[in-house]
Design a protein around this ligand. Structure first.
Ligand code: NAD
Length: 246
């Protein structure tokens, strides 16, 4: 198989839909053997039979399941920690449970998955880790996203710290910071507004390019960040945001 990721094994979390799914398809197109995982086995099954992709249910909030899964899977060359969730609300609208879930899914899960996988990667000579952050938190804030913004800022810090600790072991770690991407969960959040058409316009208005991103165009940046084309980059927060951070 030819391609920019030929001969590489890749593990993607939250691959059933949105950017995780687009990443799995793009990595496979570039020649990687992809293990696509998600807590939602039914939606994940939509990737079954795609060339280069093997699907496996995995809840990244289940520490024991993650440890057992990584033990069985063994080392990968590419780990994409994509799982995450948006809580909408200010501090006053954010319960302790909302805060905990934001940090558990958006940050702690990365720590748990990476803690299991990293020793296997270093034992086989290294690899690349890509973490899902956001333009929110890594660069700026938006109204009503307190827990989400705080948790994604933590992803950027986690990424830098991991990168400096393991740079000499052949590990590169970067995080990607998308602007607003038209994915199923964004659609659900838009439809939850009293006026979904106006809500969509408001999301578009945040984007200087005057449109939302597609998951597929984000996936092209992921391919770059996990391929040897970005071989001198580590510890970076990479903004692919249609100018939202400007
Ligand atoms: P999405 O939100 O539509 O899908 C998320 C996927 O995560 C689903 O398939 C879901 O089943 C899976 N998931 C949820 N909990 C899980 C768990 N415990 N274990 C494993 N999988 C789990 O997709 P998206 O919008 O592309 O979001 C993916 C990531 O991108 C998230 O981290 C999100 O915060 C981040 N992000 C999204 C946007 C955006 O505008 N859509 C912008 C910046 C960052």
């Amino acid at each position: 198989m030819s391609g920019r990721l030929a001969g590489k094994r890749a593990l993607v979390t939250a691959a059933a839909q949105g950017m995780g799914r687009a990443a799995a398809l793009a990595f496979a197109r570039e020649g990687a053997q992809v293990i696509a995982t998600d807590v939602n086995a039914a939606v994940l099954a939509g990737l079954d039979g795609r060339p280069g992709i093997r699907t496996a249910p995995l809840d990244v909030l289940d520490d024991a399941a993650v440890a057992a899964f990584v033990e069985k899977t063994g080392a990968v060359d590419i780990l994409f920690n994509c799982a995450g969730w948006v809580h909408q609300g200010t501090l006053l609208e954010c319960s302790i449970d909302d805060w905990d879930r934001s940090f558990d899914l958006n940050v702690r899960s990365m720590f748990v998955v990476t803690k299991s996988m990293l020793p296997k990667m270093t034992a086989t000579g290294g690899g690349v880790i890509l973490n899902m952050a956001s333009v929110l938190g890594a660069h700026k804030a938006a109204p009503n996203r307190l827990a989400y913004t705080a948790s994604k800022a933590a992803v950027a810090g986690f990424t830098r710290a991991l990168a400096i600790d393991h740079v000499k072991q052949g590990i590169r770690v970067n995080c990607v910071c998308p602007g607003t991407v038209d994915t199923p969960s964004l659609g659900e959040r838009i439809n939850a507004f009293a006026d979904p058409a106006q809500a969509r316009k408001d999301f578009v208005a945040r984007q200087p390019m005057g449109r939302l991103a597609t998951a597929e165009e984000l996936a092209e940046s992921f391919v770059y960040l996990v391929s040897d084309e970005s071989s001198f980059m580590t510890g970076q927060a990479v903004f692919v945001d249609g100018g939202m951070s400007l």
